[in-house]
Design a protein around this ligand. Sequence first.
Ligand code: C2E
Ligand code: CA
Ligand code: CA
Length: 728
Amino acid sequence: MAKIRNKRNEKRVKLYRKVRNVSSWGTLGVLLFLNTLFIVAAIYIAGFNIQYFFETKLAENYTELEHVAKLYEAGRENEAFLKYIESGSIEFIVRDKSGNVIYQKGENTCAEKGGLIGYENSTKFLYIYPDTRLGVIKPGKNEGIDPDLIAFFDYLKKQNADLIKDEEKKDKDKEENKNAVKKVDLPYWVRIDNISDSYEFIGKAYFSYNERDAILLIEILLASTLIVGVAFVVLIVFMIRSIINFRRVVRLFYTDPVTGGHNWIWFVMGGDEKLGKRKFRKFSFAVVNLAFTNYRNYCMCHSISEGEEVLIKIDKSLNRQIRNDEMCARASTDGFALLLFFVDEQTLRKRLQTMMDVLQNVDKDHNFVFQTGVDIIRPEVNSAGKIVSRDVSIEKAYNNACTAVTVQGETDPAGVFIFDDQLFQEQRWYDTVQESQMKAVVNNEFEVYYQPKYDPKTLELKGAEALIRWNSPEHGFVSPGRFIPIFEKNGFITEIDHYMISHVAADQKMWLDMGYHPGCVSVNVSRAHFAEKDLAIQIRDMVNAAGCPHDLLEIELTESAFFDDQNAMIETIKALKSFGFKVSMDDFGAGYSSLNSLKDMPLDVLKLDAGFFRGDKAGDRGGIVVSETIKLAKSLHMKTVAEGVEEKEQVEFLASQGCDMIQGYYFAKPMPKSDYMQQLAGLAGAAVAAPATPVQTAQAVPVASASSAAPQPVVQAEPGQPAAPQPQ
Ligand code: C2E
Ligand code: CA
Ligand code: CA
């Protein structure tokens, strides 16, 4: 198995995973974010309310203490004034910048340093120190105090009047509500700022709260807890809903819309995951393409929906026939993908055959046809013999399985085909040929070889067959058997036919101009080309363009071509003949009998297939068929050419039977143009071709000779053995 992973597939799988993750985590993430935002907002609002509550309370005390601090600042140098302050109930402590107490009222137990807890109107910072009780400044009697000070006191009193009034009212209210509302006083110390730069004033305040305050606080806390709780419940509900939805999406993502079973995406993702798992490393797997070959036909004869019903049955049947840890999915319109455990080839073939048998009867009223292609994935072993993790792509393996069906499926309409290295190499070669074919034409990599045809009686050179060779700089010298079938499949063969006809016509014209007597050269024209109605005109124009007389060209048609559109073929043959070309039937006797074609086709030449001359010798049953065929051709006024003749007895037999020409290794292998030209040159000089040299190795060709029929070995002309004809 090739190590190279399909990058595109990897990308796609990554994308699937991304989509899967985004659809779940994405939604949850957004929900979580919104929820957090909501909860933070609720906490912030609750906090704001609580802060407002506390600040209002603190502000009350702060104003009171600030007032005392101002009083202290105003009269701190005056003993009487301090006494006056002493008479108030508010306790405070005054410290210089070094922290030394310079004045103290009450039992000050506030901590050395306070903590900043909040602010009021964004300018006053509250430094809180822990400790005891609250009191309000109530000036005492002014005995023995000087008048100025009294005046100052009055002023202060006036200033303080509202506060006193307020405090008195509050005291009254407090007194009244004493029994109605329970009150709690929490003492604390507060530093009053902006009074003096030389000392700090820390006064004692009481944070009082009553039942109402407590209820308010509890209400705020409850409300915010409720809000947070609701948000949390909403989050949970949304999360559950999104998980359910996500599962639905995933199911949809992996479900085949027709069968309701699994789809290709599921197969690729799950399959790759399974093959990569540590616990499956030691197992071999078979990736199978099960093709429902007559699905299209069934849909055409019935309906698409009936066809889909069958697909559903197939999917169900396959899922029943596989193990839980195996996989099955619909991969294409009429193809199912399976990932099965593999034990050995025989068991697998049997298992797949059984599967196909079961499927054939999935609907009792119809007979369905299936083919299966398989790619086997074995455990991967490192150089130390240890099983290591696999680097395979299930998509690639499935593609191989499909290739096995496509390539080999033609041979067996209901078989099991296993992809192997040979098939892989063939497909690679197919691809290489297809990739380089056009470039090869442009670069003139195709060469025309000529295989001479001889008269078996006179041993005269009568003409030749033009055969193509591919002299590729990358792939070396390639014989037509390796690329002609590919061109026939991919349609490039028509290009090759044109190439050959125009080159042969040009060569013939050149040799004619050189004073040679070139015999008729036959060119193979593919069966595919005969579908073109104007083929005869195309050929005529090409030959005319080269200036070659038409009677120097023969068009060879393979026997199989005669099974296509008979009427069109007869028309083309007639047209070719009317232009003066000869037409021959190639490979007569190979494959199907084409006696019927002989009846209708006005052909000039019958080429007896090489198969007649393999194995059995002339004189036995094969000999009878050959001699009768020659007779038949004669009575139909056709010439005969025997192909693939390698032995002297065959030549003698064919001569005795009146065969007109022989084309075979006994005389010559196909040779390059230059070699064939030398043969023509000899012929021109002597007017008659030399007799052939029968050599055991078929490495020799006859040399044109004026007189002698004696064997004259010459070096074979095929590649690797450059031709070196030796004129007598
Ligand atoms: P074909 O048209 O039947 O050509 C005869 C083939 O038999 C040639 O093989 C030739 O080399 C081979 N042959 C001739 N005498 C002997 C012999 O005594 N013994 C043996 N073993 N073989 C002999 P080649 O050249 O490899 O061509 C194979 C086939 O490729 C041809 O069969 C023909 O179908 C196709 N082909 C070759 N050139 C062309 C072409 O230019 N156009 C088309 N369309 N097909 C071509
Ligand atoms: Ca031929
Ligand atoms: Ca042939």
